[in-house]
Write a protein that binds this ligand. Structure first.
Ligand code: VG1
Ligand code: CO
Length: 580
């Protein structure tokens, strides 16, 4: 092939958000749109990082991925990349990409330097829905802000991009290496099995035998919903082939370009089928629900954990995993280096860290902030309230890892019970945790796709309000007498303890005397309008009061949050789109 230079002009709005660039497919299909972003990424990395490099290109298989992969292959070749690795059919979950960067050795002994991940994660897919792209670094984690800022600034000045002319489309459905020759020598495209590196890594972390014993016990029943995302490819291999779960325990495990028309977001609103099967929905299932259920998002980095008729809040999930990891998961048997959560995530993890005397960190929303801590050996387990949980085995959150972590805890707690005796259930484990550590009642209200102007005004209003706590407390007193006082309010700012970089404006916090918190943030992953997230949390130490219904326990704080922020006035919405 030859290298062609294509003239282009900057396109507005290519600023990567919380996790890459996410836009409607129609936007991505505009002439030069994807190309401008990819070339801007190569330019941000610099020629010395790109020439001769080995890059992974794959994703959750959503609509437009196959076209995008061919475009990126041709641009990579023209930019001097030496090898492109592609998961078969372009499929790799986000955690698998991270694992492949860190673990895979190519047939010629090569190792990967980075990856383009093609996903819009939990956003719907299809011709009228979302596509996305993000770049991950050599450590397997998302590019830090220093790089994403550079990418964005390059998109505003770009004049040309490079394409390999005469390079045919590569068959990505067949495993094997195809070689081409270009002006600078050989260029290879290596199509490999999407699951094997990831499966191998999971087997090195967990005790598969003990999980297999649990899954084969007639007392234990299991169910997994991939919501037609890429997790399906891994679920079959791991849960069925390796661990012996029944084929019938898998729901929606065939990856589809449009996720079967659904919203591939594992929460109580969108994972309807699983929720009903677990006996949590309004529809009464005739069958006895399974003991354990879980779901993943489109790119399989998120997880929802359910017990029989029981929902595990993600903030509790990471705290419970941290509290049990050393005993239940071989990878952690030497102890935890530290734990971390994102700012809006509840303080359940803080209490565990304090009790177990572990290093603890609070970082801004988005997985990229955990990576630095992990690279520096300061953090083993971390999580976000948004159904993201993970550890330092890779540099992304990991949906299937979280399920295996829970199965390990269940296997450990039931190791003497599987013959005779009553099964310790998911619900038992959570209630036990609350009675030891107290409970953080928690809920999140999302106002999706609201007018961007109104959302900005609401945030500005809340920041202004923070300058006078006495006024805030006066307003609150006028709303309810049964909530405590605000003692501190700020905009969260983070100084990375490893590289000293500072991230500002990471959400507005109102901190109450009794430990309750209200947090307001604008989403950085939407593709249309603005999304306001309101996070509400209240701590209950008294173990006789940890069994209440969470929406009921939080009702007074919710009332205060909505009125204090004038949510309805600013957004015109009288109710959120999603409650989690
Ligand atoms: C959301 C979540 C955040 C998560 C991010 C990426 O971001 O709140 O916790 O890290 O999605 O997850 P935002 O900016 O919309 O609140 V994924 O699974 O979409 O890559
Ligand atoms: Co995701």
């Amino acid at each position: 092939f030859k290298v062609a230079r294509v003239e282009t002009t900057p396109i507005d709005g290519q600023k990567p958000g919380t996790s890459g660039l996410r836009k409607k497919v129609k936007v991505f299909k505009q002439p030069h749109y994807l190309q401008n972003f990819v070339q801007s990424t190569f330019n941000a990395l610099g020629a010395d990082k790109v020439r001769g490099a080995t890059l992974v290109v794959s994703g959750d298989g959503r609509y437009y991925s196959k076209d995008a992969i061919q475009i990126i292959i041709k641009m990579a070749a023209a930019n001097g990349v030496r090898r492109i690795w592609v998961g078969q059919n372009g499929l790799l979950s986000t955690p698998a990409v991270s694992a492949v960067i860190r673990e895979r050795v190519g047939p010629d002994g090569s190792k990967a330097n980075g990856a383009f991940i093609l996903t819009a994660s939990h956003n719907p897919g299809g011709p009228n829905e979302d596509f996305g792209i993000k770049y991950n670094m050599e450590n397997g984690g998302p590019a830090p802000e220093g790089i994403t800022d550079k990418i964005y600034s390059n998109t505003t000045t770009i004049k040309e991009y490079l394409v390999a002319e005469g390079l045919p489309d590569v068959d990505i459905s067949t495993i094997g290496v195809t070689s081409f020759s270009g002006p600078e020598g050989q260029f290879d495209v290596d199509v490999f099995d999407s699951a094997s590196d990831y499966v191998k890594l999971m087997k090195s972390i967990f005790d598969f035998q003990s999980i297999q014993k649990l899954l084969s016990s007639p007392k234990f029943t299991f169910c997994y919903d991939a919501l037609h995302g890429v997790a399906g490819a891994y679920a079959k291999r791991i849960f069925v082939e390796e661990l012996g779960a029944k084929e019938s325990s898998l729901l929606n495990c065939v990856p589809k370009e449009d996720f079967g028309g659904g919203h591939p977001d594992p929460n109580l609103t969108y994972a309807k089928e699983l929720v009903a099967r677990m006996g949590l929905g309004k529809t009464n299932t005739e069958q006895e629900p399974p003991e354990f259920g879980a779901a993943a998002d489109g790119d399989a980095d998120r997880n929802m954990i359910l017990g029989k008729r029981f929902f595990v809040t993600p903030s509790d999930s990471v705290a419970i995993i941290a509290a049990n990891a050393v005993q239940a998961i071989p990878y952690f048997s030497g102890g935890l280096k530290g734990v971390a959560r994102s700012m809006p995530t509840s303080a359940a993890l803080d209490v565990v860290a304090k009790n177990l005397n572990l290093k603890f960190f609070e970082v801004p929303t988005g997985w990229k902030f955990f990576g630095n801590l992990m690279d520096a050996g300061m953090c083993s387990v971390c999580g976000e309230e948004s159904f993201g949980t993970g550890s330092d085995h890779i540099r992304e959150k990991d949906g299937i890892w979280a399920v295996l972590a829970w199965l390990s805890i269940l296997a450990y707690k039931n190791k003497d019970n599987l013959g005779g005796g009553k099964l310790v259930s998911v619900e038992d484990i959570v209630r036990q945790h609350w009675s030891t550590y107290g409970r953080h009642y928690y809920t999140r209200y999302d106002y999706e796709n609201v007018d961007a102007g109104g959302a900005k005004e609401l945030m500005a209003y809340l920041v202004k309000l923070q300058s006078s706590l006495s006024e805030v407390n006066n307003i609150i007193k006028g709303i309810r007498s049964d909530v405590s006082k605000v003692v501190n309010a700020d905009e969260f700012e983070y100084k990375d303890p490893v590289d000293g970089s500072i991230s500002k404006h990471q959400g507005i916090r109102y901190l109450f005397e009794d430990g309750s918190r209200l947090v307001f943030r604008l989403s950085g992953t939407g593709s249309e309008g603005a999304t306001i997230r309101l996070y509400i949390e209240q701590y209950e130490k008294d173990s006789s009061k940890t069994g209440r219904d969470s929406q009921e326990a939080l009702a007074p704080l919710v009332d205060v949050a909505l009125k204090l922020s004038k949510m309805k006035e600013f957004t015109g919405r009288s109710a959120p789109t999603v409650i989690t």
